[in-house]
Design a protein around this ligand. Structure first.
Ligand code: SF4
Length: 862
């Protein structure tokens, strides 16, 4: 269609900025920024800029609870700013590279390289190549010694910071422990260094003075000939160990109550409230349990206030109560009852993602049942009593069977059982015990109306630093596969299904979990070979990892070996607060099959974390709050009655312009649903077990196409002033979306998607239009049938387009498509002879919709 390739290139040239990449990548709303709740500061007016980086895709990172706390902590400082960045999906990373564009922060769209600090949250070891890939995409040199005076500081935090040694060549420092206060101290130190004109080396020296900050360049590592570490040699006499930072009183730091609300549905779409931090159960495999001590509970008042304000700001319809073991929260009964009573009318669900079998009372299960929709999960971790005793799980088979019985009798039909394999001293009998236990649970469910099923999941124990199992050998790939195979066959004979964690993923995770500085080159090599998103099965390439280890002369199996208890461990200079003596005692207790009581109710067992002055266990019940529901604060108006008074229907004409065009159709629906909740509109709900708001949307608009006229119908419980409704919604819609017009319509008006007669789209081609466009249009209109090819799920399909086209007009540089049905992008691509990815950048806009049904001739009340 274009005269030549040059013309096409010229036509597309203007689309080389970052916005235009969005047309070519999956789920562009990952990269838009501007979500409700984001903080935008004038960067020229702040002294310190921090970009918080999550080395996984947006929808995973946005569901993480820690990052918003750090975002809030930094943005609360009026002289500092925090922005966010998530790992770009491979298609976006490829586009950035192809177009020579850097990875940027979501808020300001500035390159990461322009920030003072880049802080990565590390949840697991399989995110390390993403960390490097993100630095690389931002043009930040990977190795710290290659970074100049002006380069950003690279900081890490999160559970993996408990052994950051495999990243030692890449990071400037690590925050060990609770980050809210430490990150503010870090920003202060950076500010002082900038004001004083300090060198990078002086800044790192100063950072080492902050409680909980580890600077790897201030340590040397000396090795024995056999490869073991001989010494972790401090380079400063006064900096020999780094003690974990503990936030003694969680309430001393403001909890963020204006959640960032994504356009898309992420992994978790809910208000997440951390009700407690730390766990003293003492499961010996659980790193989170040891590195989070002591237990610190938030007060009921604080939790109620955070939930109330967060719901009001976000429009979410679910609250999740988070802690390592939510059922252990000392006021869980009053908390749940209070939440259920308070929010039932507003149809807000309450979820408790982590419940321990011992804490599952039948009252609690009754409450959970009201919101749980899928399977019920129990985590015995080990099949035999012997191994459960060894790992200090502290639950008996009887506890498990009672919990399963309760679950089936309360109506659950699927129970998921989680186990680990590769536990210390594990024998075949212990695997048999997994099969027996699963079979017994299944038998309990026999006779459940609708049938009962049990799914068994197993993962391989990855011994983690700072736990009693840090000396334990991790089983290798062959052993893991053999155990999985045994379980699969034995479970199959009982008609039970097995799900398993990939042996190769656990292998790589295990190598880096207890790895040392000699693994940094392996990460660099793996990155160069193309490893990314290693925790994603579809992206994980074990062959490339094997090659990386081989190229660097590293035997990965060596890192899985049992460690002698007198061996220097790579993380021995990181002090998590629990003493080495205590971990060793626990390791011995495990081998002796002895339990250790929970210090919550069995008295202090001497782990060493508490000083019993500022750092000690802190219960909600210590705070002297009332537990009665009536005492809870309220910052949102009390819910109206959900009964219909005078149901009515309102029609809205909504525009979706600018960056709003990259918000996909399902995401657009989510944006509207949440805005409706925030605006407090009296929306009507469907009946049934999962009531849904009665909102009718138009047919899906292709992502990347703008619209001036998305017609949406609301059913309301009673009439409202439509102009007030329009204003209320506009106040809640993010940039790129606006209600242009609102009208009350008769109750029986058909949904807009059922009565569209004609839709008009415009394309501003200007002088870039092909010379023979008019003839093309004439030929198209004269034809009886016109077929175009489109790709659907990887297959080519022939689609007839002529029948859906009412008219085509070409005037004043604008091509108008008037269609009764069909895809405007396919039609435009056909007429202009462009591939789909190129039609996406044409600037298509839906400008008008003709409906074939009257709008306001009948009474409007239904
Ligand atoms: S020091 Fe004692 S009370 Fe504190 S967490 Fe450790 S075992 Fe529990």
């Amino acid at each position: 269609m274009f005269a030549n390739n040059l013309e096409v290139r010229r036509f597309l040239k203007k689309y080389t900025n970052q916005d235009q990449l969005f047309d070519r990548v999956s789920r562009p709303s990952r990269y838009l920024g501007g979500e409700l709740g984001t903080v935008s500061k004038d960067l020229a007016s702040v002294e310190v800029s921090f970009v918080l980086a999550f080395p996984d895709v947006y929808e995973v990172g946005m569901s993480h609870i820690g990052l918003p706390m750090l975002y809030h902590a930094v943005n609360s400082l009026d002289w500092a700013v925090a922005e966010r960045v998530y790992a770009p999906w491979p298609d976006m990373a490829a586009e950035l590279r192809k177009n020579g564009l850097p990875l940027t922060a979501l808020e300001s769209q500035r390159s990461l390289a322009e920030f003072d600090c880049i802080g990565f949250t590390l949840q697991h070891e399989l995110s390390y190549t993403n960390l490097l890939a993100m630095l690389d995409l931002a043009g930040v040199p990977l190795r710290r010694e290659q970074r100049g005076e002006q380069a950003p500081l690279v900081v890490v935090g999160g559970p993996c910071a408990m052994n950051p040694e495999p990243l030692a060549d890449f990071i400037d420092c690590a925050v060990i422990g609770d980050g809210e206060e430490a990150i503010a101290d870090l920003c202060r130190t950076v500010r002082e260094a900038k004001r004083a004109g300090s060198s990078r080396a002086q800044l790192l020296d100063a950072l080492a003075g902050i409680d909980g900050v580890y600077v790897p360049s201030l340590f040397d590592v000396v090795y024995h000939e056999d490869g073991r570490i001989a010494e972790l040699r401090p380079l400063r006499n006064d900096y020999t160990k780094v003690r974990r930072r503990v936030l003694a009183d969680l309430s001393a730091v403001d909890y963020p109550v204006t959640p960032i609300v994504p356009f898309m549905n992420t992994v978790h779409n809910r208000v997440a409230v951390e009700i407690a931090r730390g766990c003293t159960r003492g499961c010996r495999f659980c790193q989170a349990g040891y590195i989070g001590r002591p237990l610190r509970e938030r007060s009921l008042e604080e939790i109620a206030d955070v939930i109330d304000r967060s719901l009001g700001h976000s429009g979410y319809d679910e609250v999740s109560l988070l802690s390592l073991s939510t059922g252990d929260y000392s006021c869980i009964g009053p908390l749940l009852k209070g939440l259920m009573d308070r929010y039932r009318e507003e149809r807000i669900a309450v979820s408790l993602p982590s419940l321990r079998v011992g804490s599952l009372t039948s009252d609690l299960m009754e409450e959970i049942k009201k919101v749980r929709k899928t399977g019920f999960t129990l985590a015995p971790e080990a099949g035999s009593e012997r191994l459960r005793q060894l790992i200090n799980k502290g639950i008996s088979e009887e506890d498990l069977l009672i919990a399963a019985d309760n679950a089936f009798s309360l109506g659950w039909r699927i129970i998921k059982l989680y186990f680990m394999i590769g536990l210390p001293t594990e024998q075949e009998a212990d695997l048999d015990a997994i099969v027996d236990l699963a079979a017994r649970v299944k038998r309990i469910g026999k006779g459940t109306p609708g049938g009962a099923d049990v799914n068994v999941s197993v993962s391989t124990l990855v011994p983690k630093p700072q736990t009693p199992f840090q000396w334990q050998r991790q089983i290798g790939i062959d052993e893991t596969l053999a155990k999985q195979d045994t379980l699969r066959q034995k479970l199959r004979s009982k008609k039970l299904r097995l799900k398993w964690h990939e042996a190769q993923l656990s292998f790589v995770e295990g190598v880096f979990a207890r790895g040392d500085r000699r693994l940094s080159p392996v990460l660099e090599r793996a990155l160069a070979l193309g490893c990314r998103f290693d925790s994603w099965r579809e992206h994980f390439r074990f062959d490339l990892w094997q090659q990386a280890f081989a190229d660097c002369g590293i035997d990965p199996e060596w890192y899985l070996r049992e460690r002698a208890t007198d061996e220097v461990l790579p993380w021995d200079h990181i002090d998590c607060g629990v003493s080495r003596r205590y971990l060793l005692d626990e390791w011995q207790q495990a081998l002796n099959g002895k339990a250790t009581v929970d210090c919550r109710d069995g008295g202090c067992t001497g782990c060493g974390v508490c000083d019993f002055k500022s750092v000690r266990m802190c219960y909600a019940t210590d705070r002297g709050q009332k537990t009665a529901l009536e005492s809870w604060p309220s910052t949102v108006a009390a819910a109206e009655s959900m009964e219909d008074e005078e149901p009515c229907k309102v029609r809205l004409w909504v525009s979706k312009l600018g960056r709003g065009r990259f918000v996909g159709h399902l995401e657009f629906m989510t944006v509207v649903h949440r805005a409706v909740r925030r605006a407090g509109l009296p929306i009507r709900y469907s009946g049934g077990f999962h009531p849904a708001p009665q909102i009718s949307f138009p047919d899906a608009l292709p992502t990347g196409v703008e619209s001036e006229v998305e017609i949406i119908d609301f059913k309301l419980r009673h009439p409202v002033d439509v102009q007030e409704l329009k204003a209320a919604l506009n106040a809640q819609l993010p940039a790129g979306f606006a209600v242009e017009r609102a009208e009350a319509v008769p109750w029986k008006t058909p949904a807009p998607s059922l009565c569209i007669e004609e839709t008009t789209y415009s394309i501003p081609l200007g002088e870039q239009a092909p010379a023979d466009l008019a003839e093309r249009i004439a030929r198209f209109m004269a034809a009886e049938e016109v077929y175009a090819t489109r790709l659907k799920k990887g297959r080519e399909q022939q689609v007839e387009m002529r029948a859906g086209v009412v008219d085509l007009q070409w005037r004043d540089g604008i091509l108008l498509l008037k269609m009764s049905k069909g895809s405007p992008t396919l039609l435009a691509g056909y007429l202009l002879d462009l591939a789909p990815e190129k039609t996406a950048v044409l600037g298509l806009r839906k400008t008008d919709v003709q409906l074939n049904a009257p709008v306001s001739e009948e009474p409007i009340i239904g």
